[in-house]
Design a binder for this molecule. Structure first.
Ligand code: NAD
Length: 502
């Protein structure tokens, strides 16, 4: 069976109508072989406006449904995902090139966030606050916000949407999703799975969760529409620089989840076996195409020679190949653009004195598929391409001798997403997590930079955009807070002792 045939079988099992992915204007490719697998029907700006109007009408009904009942819809969605985990996971592997355990892992993450959101639907708590006025009560209440726009990147084609959608729905909002133009099929599949849950639930307002297909132009239509109260946008820092100001201009809310340039520090006391495994997964996993991929490594000079040669060996021997036919640990890059960016970065690294291991293309008989051996680059110092995210498997390794200088270098880049330290020294670990340690949204000890759980708030600082999604109290971004003061006395005392007797 060809990939295109398998896609057709999977989409039919997942409940996607053929008209949505045949004969449309937007071609879709699989990075596994580079072949075209679908032609997606796209939306116009007029369609986008109608879709958003419908979402707005759905929001006005949905906000009146009690939150625990809204949670029931998300619970059913989680059940449907459990039933179709294998099919959707396989489609993620075909469309995003992830190895099977990562394709399935992404769907597991969707199931996990549904479970989290169901619990949350009974815990959208406000506070009761001490008031300075007698006979008064002050509290805060959380209300549904409106239409939530979700823009997502190719590398987490389904999980990011579900993080946003599961929370947005229990919070009483409607969702309009603009998936990456590189991964439209998995989006169609998610929409079809959601419709199964909605049919079982029975009273879902039409248009509660919809999908906008197309490239960034249709993303812009979502960003500029005044009926969209919040846009949660995941992608490159370049995209965030365009989207952020447009949203700010109309005072809309934003959750920006942008690029990372994540680093690790390996200290003298580190458990090197553990560090080696964590670094290998963090830097080479998903072919270096995670926002949390480990891209910079600072290794103390006393352990450099014990660690780096072993790491190089892992780079030379890691299996690279089709995620559909082999047990390879590293699949393809998404496309030629990603391959060209990787080669350019390696060229620049060489110009800055870097010694490159790997990085070469691995032929697999498909001219338009881009498999590469991950690259480890020993750099004399942090400079040039090391300062920027290149969305490919390149790990820059640098030696350090002074811990303070290592932390300073660690923080001396634009992005601030994820970070880790490998040490058995309590002082170093705590310092890394402290106010003058890592400046990232995620800081780990003896764990790599990637592979976050849904229970924590996910996101990063600086050029990563400052947004938080998923666990902890990230739900608050999807609701509006009202402070309410009730006077149950017969007097009208004013705050701060102000008198105004008429
Ligand atoms: P990208 O920025 O090219 O595209 C992301 C999405 O934004 C796509 O849906 C695209 O159509 C849309 N888009 C682009 N420009 C837009 C605009 N001006 N207006 C509206 N929409 C626009 O990113 P990509 O190549 O798909 O993904 C890789 C990038 O995403 C990396 O930088 C990675 O670090 C980042 N990423 C970040 C996170 C995170 O949580 N911080 C997670 C995954 C990926």
């Amino acid at each position: 069976m060809t990939i295109a045939q398998e896609v057709k079988t999977l989409l039919s099992k997942l409940g996607v109508a053929e008209a949505a992915y045949t004969g449309g204007a937007m071609p879709s490719f699989s990075p596994v072989t580079g072949e075209k697998i679908a032609d997606i029907a796209v939306h116009s700006a007029d369609d986008a406006a109608k879709i958003i109007d419908k979402a707005d009408a759905a929001f006005r009904e949905w906000r009146l449904v009690p939150a625990p009942k809204r949670g029931e819809l998300v619970r059913l969605f989680g059940e449907e995902l459990r039933a179709l985990k294998n099919e959707l996971g396989r489609l993620v592997s075909i469309e995003a090139g992830k190895i099977p355990s990562e394709g399935l892992g992404e769907v597991q993450e969707m199931i996990d966030i549904c479970d989290f959101a169901v619990g949350l639907s009974r815990q959208l708590y406000g506070l009761t606050i001490a008031t300075e006025r007698p006979g008064h009560r002050m509290m805060e209440t959380w209300h549904p916000l409106g239409v939530v726009g979700v823009i997502s990147a190719f590398n987490f084609p389904v999980a990011v949407w579900s993080w946003n959608t599961a929370l947005a729905l229990v919070c009483g909002n409607a969702v309009v999703w603009k998936p990456s133009e590189k991964t439209p099929l998995t989006a169609l599949a998610c929409a079809a799975i959601f419709e199964r849950a909605a049919a079982r639930f029975g009273e879902v307002p039409a248009g509660l969760s919809q999908t906008l297909m197309g490239d960034r132009t249709i993303g812009e239509a979502l960003v500029d529409n005044r009926k969209v109260a919040l846009v949660s946008a995941t992608g490159s820092t370049r995209m965030g620089r365009e989207v952020g100001p447009r949203l700010a201009k109309r005072f809309a809310r934003s959750i920006l989840e942008l690029g990372g340039n994540n680093a690790g520090i390996v200290c003298p006391s580190a458990d090197l076996d553990m560090a080696l495994r964590a670094i290998a997964f963090g830097a080479m996993g998903t072919a270096g195409q995670r926002c949390t991929t480990l891209r910079r490594l600072f290794v103390h000079e006393s352990v450099y020679d014990a660690l780096v040669p072993r790491l190089k060996k892992a780079y030379e021997s890691v299996s690279v190949g089709s995620p559909l036919e082999t047990s390879a640990l590293v699949g393809p890059l998404i496309d030629k653009g990603a391959y060209d960016n990787m080669q350019n970065a390696l060229g620049e690294a060489r110009d800055h004195g870097g010694k490159v291991t790997g990085g070469n293309r691995i032929e697999n008989g498909h001219a338009n598929a881009y498999y590469v051996r991950p690259a480890l680059v020993e750099m004399p110092k942090q400079a040039g391409p090391v300062l920027e995210e290149t969305f490919a498997p390149i790990l820059y390794v640098m030696k350090y001798d002074d811990f303070d200088a290592a932390i300073a270098d660690h923080n001396a880049v634009g992005a601030g997403l994820s970070s880790s330290i490998f040490t058995l020294n309590l002082q170093e670990a705590e310092r890394f997590l402290s106010a003058d340690g890592s400046d990232c949204g995620i800081a780990n000890v003896n764990i790599g930079t990637s592979g976050a759980e849904i229970g924590g708030a996910f996101g990063g600082e600086k050029e990563t955009g400052g947004g938080r999604e998923s666990g902890s109290d990230a739900w608050k971004a999807y609701m509006r807070r009202a402070t309410n003061t009730v006077n149950y006395s017969t007097a009208l005392p004013l705050a701060q002792g102000v008198s105004f007797d008429i």
